[in-house]
Design a protein around this ligand. Structure first.
Ligand code: ADP
Ligand code: NA
Length: 330
């Protein structure tokens, strides 16, 4: 292929993506449509690692796809699909499970965090092996670049290790992917506790901006963001994590640099910064919500996009799986 491949996936849970998902991952999905042969999926197989209500899961999957389109994914320039529509993910996932060491899987920090949150008796084997399914997700598309947030770096490392292991044992089969993490936005922090990442599971409602929230709700959360006892508006992640997080969000949403913002707010207080950013956020959220609604109001169109996406994805995934099965001796 003349263009490098990109692949990423996002869970359909919780109904709305948050600002960390957008700045850390989805924004890069949109950008890589231009330079890459890009595949993006709503990972409903990953969602069932914790209990799901069927009707809610089905609805959340559609809302997730609608949000990805609203954020700027264009089905003419990328392949957008739902993971469960492409059975090859589960098939190659099993193969990868059989190549992964139990100790190796046990070192995945996301599993440790998530299982601690759910409690031992609600932790499934699926949650334990979900990073290995993610390995299959990536390798099926011979992906070169995987746009994700910083928290996913370890899983892309596992993917590289398993691709190399498979290639070493059975002969050259899989491309070795690199994580594509934008340094500035790879970790967006919680607005109330800027030492932890903004996260649907760990953040309190005031600490997280959900993209489908009312614009005035998002604005209010920005205005009550935790800063520090100083007054100076300066990017300093160690001493001013709250202000630095707001500057990162502001710079990225408006296409300005941190230095320009520091100059703009020299001699002004945190209140001025927050008021302006609240407005920027509200202006971003309003059209995003409208576009998401438009996609959801046209179910036939959404179905068509996802069906065509699944067909394009299966053509690539099927070819890779056939190659891998042949090498294994199936
Ligand atoms: P969450 O971490 O809230 O459970 P997901 O696991 O569904 O969200 O993450 C989807 C994508 O968004 C992943 O690529 C992940 O790395 C990225 N992401 C999640 N939270 C953040 C954050 N706070 N900052 C940057 N990227 C993030
Ligand atoms: Na995550």
């Amino acid at each position: 292929p003349s263009r490098p491949r990109a692949l990423s996936g996002i869970q359909p849970t919780a109904g709305s993506f948050h600002l960390g998902n957008y700045l850390g991952a989805i924004r890069q999905y949109v950008a890589l449509q231009e330079s890459h042969d890009a595949f993006y999926m709503v990972v409903d197989l990953h969602a069932i690692t914790v209990p799901q209500d069927p009707a809610t899961l089905r609805e959340n999957t559609r809302v997730a796809a609608a949000q990805l389109l609203a954020a700027g994914l264009d089905p003419d320039r990328c392949t957008l699909f739902v993971q469960s529509h492409v059975p090859e993910h589960a098939q190659l996932g099993w193969v990868m499970n059989c190549l992964t060491g139990f100790g190796e899987a046990s070192r995945m920090t996301q599993f440790k965090d998530k299982s601690a949150r759910h409690g031992a008796d609600r932790t499934t084997v699926g949650l334990f092996t979900y990073p290995v399914l993610q390995v299959a997700d990536i390798l099926l598309y011979q992906a070169n670049h995987v746009p994700v947030g910083e928290d996913q770096r370890q899983h892309v490392e596992l993917t590289r290790d398993l691709a190399e292991r498979f290639n070493g044992r059975f002969g050259d089969t899989f491309a070795i992917p690199d994580a594509y993490i934008v340094k500035e936005t790879g970790k967006i922090y919680d607005l109330q506790d800027p030492t932890i990442k903004m996260s649907k599971s760990a953040s309190t409602p005031k600490g997280i901006i959900n993209l489908l929230d009312e614009p005035k709700v998002s604005a209010k959360k920005i205005k009550s963001a935790v800063t520090d006892t100083g007054t100076e508006i300066r990017f300093d992640e160690e001493n001013k994590p709250g202000v630095s997080n707001l500057l990162t969000i502001y710079a990225t949403l408006t296409g300005t640099t941190i230095a320009e913002l520091e100059a703009k707010y020299q001699g002004k207080g945190y209140g001025a910064l927050k008021t302006d950013l609240a407005e920027v956020m509200a202006e971003w959220v309003a059209p995003f919500r409208d576009r998401t609604r438009e996609y959801l109001d046209d179910p036939a169109m959404l179905d068509k996009v996802l069906a065509q996406g699944a067909e394009k994805a299966r053509a690539v995934a099927g070819e890779t799986l056939a190659l891998a099965y042949d090498k294994i001796g199936f």
